[in-house]
Design a protein around this ligand. Structure first.
Ligand code: GLY
Length: 461
């Protein structure tokens, strides 16, 4: 964990931002896989980690903003627990390390909240994404689970987003530690991706890299020769000469910080001419988008710019015709680029998505565009120094989508369907990096991972 002062200062600011009432944070529990004692690896809630740094199950915390008091609720291990799990520091000892002096057994949480409700005090809590914590809120606050979303605290969401959006130096160091693992993952995948190798061998090698470094995956690995499927988690294909494999993968440090990198790998070691042409378009789109990612610039404008570069490149190849900006205005890019340009990244790979994407990526005046493609843009608002974002344009040739648009004669004035038809077996290409927005402009985080055609081919051969 970070020095105790980091957590103390974060909570101090939260108290000042919220101003009155109690703040209730629920930590996560162990989740059973197939029977109660066989559990998924524990993952603490990211906001709990951010404000309390305590990475163990069975905890809750209450901050009384009127009194400036903080208490963590949890039970120490019994001897019966210790027999199976070994000895662990007492809760009090763990809490001292994050600047909390008051702890209490879990069964004291309910009476404390009951007293607050009796006194008509406001109890702020965040949106819940785990069923067991939904049930806890239902029981602790007597709010039926179906209406809990109506009772979450918007001021608390906004206050948490206001802090977590801006990464401190120690957080950047963590993200760069995750990116060191990404370097190993990506370069290993480049070296291993050969004809005859099964995708799951590469996915397994990448997971081995993070586990051996006391990390874990920051999200389930996307590694596939069918990169046209945006989130393809099937790893059962045997790679063949001429295939390209999209490797969208990430690591998480022991403190919970993520990396998220995508490279597209030629299985033969060399891209074909046609693959090079599409790769070069995506590369130019990404480079242009990264250069544009400066403070004050709205990401929805960067997304449009990246889309224009994609459409312009496709026009040069004869897949698109007409005026490029009019084509993007008409949504032509979404036939080939169906998702958003990127998202914030930090303690969650899609940072704070559990708090509500629109609180993180949009504002009261910059609203999400509900149209196909645009609606998947998680981050649209203006960039500020301290934001860490991904920049991940791609070109995806999805046969079913092409067939549908062609049958509907959609955007027929802009799309040369006969030419597009020839790419239905192409797959997809995505290139993604993690960027820190600074006063001086964008900074690509981590050591350089092969990205140009020459660099990727050299590592893959
Ligand atoms: N890299 C996976 C995602 O952004 O969803």
């Amino acid at each position: 964990m970070f020095a105790s002062n980091v957590y103390i200062e974060r909570r101090k600011r939260l108290i000042s931002d919220i101003g009155s009432g109690l703040i209730l944070f629920l930590g996560n529990e162990l989740s059973p896989m197939n029977y109660p004692d066989n559990q998924y690896p524990f993952r603490q809630d990211s906001s709990f980690l951010y404000f309390f740094g305590l990475n163990c199950p069975g905890l809750a915390a209450v901050i009384d903003t009127d009194q400036g008091a903080e208490c963590v609720f949890g039970d120490d291990l019994t001897v019966d627990d210790i027999i199976w799990m070994g000895p662990q520091p007492l809760l009090k000892e763990k809490c001292q390390a994050v600047g909390i002096s008051e702890t209490a057994p879990l069964d004291q949480l309910q009476p404390l909240l009951d007293r607050a409700v009796d006194q008509d005090r406001q109890i702020h809590f965040l949106p819940q994404y785990r069923p067991e914590n939904v049930l806890k809120i239902q029981e602790l606050l007597d709010i039926h689970q179906t209406v809990i979303p109506d009772h979450v605290s918007e001021p608390l969401i906004r206050a948490v987003v206001a802090q977590r959006s801006f990464k401190s130096d120690e957080e950047i160091a963590q993200i760069e530690a995750a990116l060191d693992m990404s370097y190993e993952m990506q370069t290993t995948a480049m070296k291993m991706s050969k004809p005859g190798v099964c995708e799951r061998e590469v996915a397994a090698a990448m997971e081995q890299i993070v586990l051996a470094r006391d990390g874990r995956l920051s999200f389930p690995t996307i590694f596939s020769i069918h990169g046209e499927t945006l989130h393809n988690h099937y790893h059962g294909n045997i790679m063949s000469a001429g295939d390209i494999a999209v490797n969208d993968s990430g690591a998480e440090t022991p403190l919970g910080y993520a990396s998220d990198i995508t490279r597209t790998i030629p299985v033969s070691g060399k891209f074909s001419q046609r693959q090079k042409e599409i790769y070069a378009i995506v590369f130019e789109s990404q480079t242009t988008a990264i250069e544009a990612s400066k403070p004050g610039v709205e990401v929805r404008d960067v997304h449009r710019l990246a889309s224009e570069v994609l459409v312009s490149g496709l026009k040069d190849l004869g897949l698109v015709k007409g005026d490029v900006s009019q084509a993007v205005e008409a949504g032509v890019h979404t036939l080939f680029f169906q998702c958003g340009l990127g998202h914030m990244m930090g303690l969650d790979v899609h940072d704070m998505e559990g708090l509500g994407e629109d609180y993180v990526g949009y504002t009261d005046t910059i609203k999400r565009n509900p149209e196909f493609g645009w609606r998947s843009l998680r981050l649209g608002k203006a960039l500020e120094p301290g934001f860490v974002i991904t920049v991940e344009p791609g070109l995806y040739f999805i046969p079913e989508l092409i067939d549908r648009w062609k049958a509907e004669r959609k955007n027929i004035q802009f799309v040369s369907y006969d030419a597009v038809e020839k790419y239905k077996d192409f797959g997809g290409i995505r290139i993604e990096d993690d960027i820190l927005v600074t006063e001086d402009g964008p900074r690509m985080l981590g050591g350089p991972i092969p990205r140009t055609i020459d660099e990727v081919e050299a590592m893959s051969s």
